[in-house]
Design a protein around this ligand. Sequence first.
Ligand code: PGA
Length: 228
Amino acid sequence: MKIYANLKCNHSRKSFENYAEILDQDLKSSFNTHEIVVFPPSSAFSELKFSFRQGAQNFYPTLNGNFTGEIGLEMLEEFDIKDVIIGHSERRILGENDEFLKHKFDFAKEKGLNIIFCIGESDVVYMNGSSKEFLKSQLKELDLEYKNLTIAYEPIWAIGSGKSASPEYIDEILDFLRTLSSAPLLYGGSVNLGNIAEISSIKNCNGVLVGSASFEVENFIKLIREIE
Ligand code: PGA
């Protein structure tokens, strides 16, 4: 099972050092068969090697250059980062549109990075019953058979709301996504201790992308245990 932690805009370099050390110790001392990737803020990337991978929440599709405030591949390579999130709704809301996301996707693909491509519908789309059509449109023009692709289904209305989508609904959507791509499928959106076991047992669910419930390392460790 893929258990991915998106720490978003939380943790300083110092506090992530502590987070990483505790998680690393725990994974080393327990029997763990899961694939764990943690996405800290870029300012907190560590040069140390851990028993989990570090990934990037964001990057700019360039090696380096005149892109004020951005982080290019050269900066990710320094920390041996191979996993990148693309298309998170919290980036889309800041103006990353489908065209730019395709550009990021193609760049990451050309560089052989592991892409976690996020898609998800708003509550309006959900309520009017056009979720599948919408999700399909978010994936159009992307190479859905790229070998290092993972698709994360994250309904916007469930992210950070404390209320995940129902297992039946997640099952229906993942079934649909499976008809579009053979990439591993994740669910994200208020995954917590109370629902992770049920969500991760859904047929086409290959893992979870966890936000809030991963911010504290002790809680993230409990989540991992929950599906051991
Ligand atoms: P959440 O965030 O677990 O806090 O809902 C998930 C995400 O945004 O990836």
